[in-house]
Design a protein around this ligand. Structure first.
Ligand code: ADP
Ligand code: MG
Length: 248
C-alpha cells in the first residue's frame, strides 16, 4: 500500500533520514520504535508532506504512485492521514465546523449527515456532546488531544493512518479506548503505521499481526515480529543495538 524507498530527508540543512526503506501493508500492523531523536517523527511528517522536511533522495509511493512531490492536502485526498505527536490548538475554529468541512469536502457528505456522524463518533471516543463545539484542542488535556486526532481518523477512514505516539501523555483509560479504535480501523482495512515507545498500546493486538521496525539514527536497522516489543522493553535499545551489531 505505502512504500518508502531509500528516503533521505534534510531539515534546516541537516540530514535526519539517511535511507529509510519501509513497506506498509494493511495485512500487518506496523509499529515503528526507536530512541528519542532517531527520526520517527521526521519520517511521519515527511510521509504526510510537511514542507519543512526536504526529500533529497528516494521516494514515497502510494499504491505504486509516486507521491513524493505532492502537497499535504493532495496526500490527504489520496488517503494518507497523520495523527500528530503534539496536536496544536486552533483558536477560533470549532471542532464541529472543521470536521464537518472535512467530511463534506473530502467525502462529499451531506452537512446534516456529517453533523450526526461527528457527534456519534465523538461520543464513542468519550467526548461529551458539548465538546464538539469547543475550539480545536484549546484547553484540552493530553488524552483529549490524542482522542481528537483519532476522531478525525474514525471519520475519514484513511487508507493509511500514521500515528505518532498516540499513547504519550495519555491515561490508562484513554489508552484502552485509543488502542481499541486503532484496531477497529485496522480491521476495517486501514494500513497502520504506529510510532510508539511502549508495548502497552499493543497489548490488545495479536502479536502475530505485528511487524516491528526499529529506527536508529535515521535508518531502519531491524525488522522483527511482535514478540520483539517485549524484548525491547526489557533490554532497552542500547543493548539491542549492541547485540545486532547495529552500532558498527
Ligand atoms: P523522534 O521522533 O524519533 O524522537 P525526530 O524525528 O523528532 O525524532 O527528530 C530527529 C532529529 O531531527 C532530532 O535530532 C531533532 O532535533 C531533529 N529535528 C527534527 N525536526 C526538526 C526541525 N523542525 N528543526 C530542526 N531539527 C529537527
Ligand atoms: Mg517523535
Amino acid at each position: 500500500m505505502l512504500k518508502v524507498d531509500n528516503l533521505h530527508v534534510t531539515v534546516e540543512n541537516r540530514e535526519i533520514l539517511k535511507g529509510v526503506n519501509l513497506d506498509i501493508s494493511p495485512k500487518k500492523f506496523h509499529v515503528v520504535m526507536g530512541p528519542n531523536g532517531s527520526g520517527k517523527s521526521t519520517l511521519a511528517l515527511t510521509i504526510a508532506g510537511h514542507p519543512k522536511y526536504q526529500v533529497t533522495k528516494g521516494e514515497i509511493l502510494l499504491e505504486g504512485e509516486n507521491i513524493t512531490a505532492l502537497s499535504p492536502d493532495e496526500r490527504t485526498r489520496r488517503g494518507i492521514l497523520l495523527a500528530f505527536q503534539n496536536p496544536h490548538e486552533v483558536e477560533g475554529v470549532r471542532i464541529i465546523d472543521f470536521l464537518r468541512q472535512v467530511l463534506t469536502e473530502l467525502k462529499g457528505m451531506d452537512p446534516a449527515e456529517a453533523y450526526d456522524l461527528i457527534r456519534e463518533k465523538a461520543m464513542e471516543l468519550w467526548f461529551k456532546e458539548e465538546d464538539v463545539h469547543r475550539y480545536i484542542n484549546v484547553g484540552f488535556s493530553g488524552g483529549e488531544r490524542k482522542r481528537l486526532e483519532l476522531l478525525q481518523a474514525l471519520l475519514i477512514k484513511p487508507r493509511v493512518l500514521i500515528l505518532d505516539e498516540p499513547d504519550s501523555g495519555v491515561d490508562v483509560d484513554s489508552l484502552s479506548i485509543i488502542s481499541r479504535k486503532i484496531d477497529e480501523l485496522h480491521s476495517n482495512g486501514t494500513a497502520i503505521l504506529l510510532i510508539t515507545h511502549y508495548g502497552r498500546i499493543l497489548q490488545h493486538l495479536d502479536p502475530n499481526s505485528l511487524e516491528v521496525h526499529v529506527m536508529k539514527e535515521g535508518r531502519i536497522v531491524l525488522e522483527r515480529g511482535g514478540d520483539f516489543v517485549r524484548e525491547i522493553e526489557e533490554k532497552g535499545f542500547q543493548a539491542i543495538f549492541e547485540e545486532c551489531g547495529c552500532n558498527e
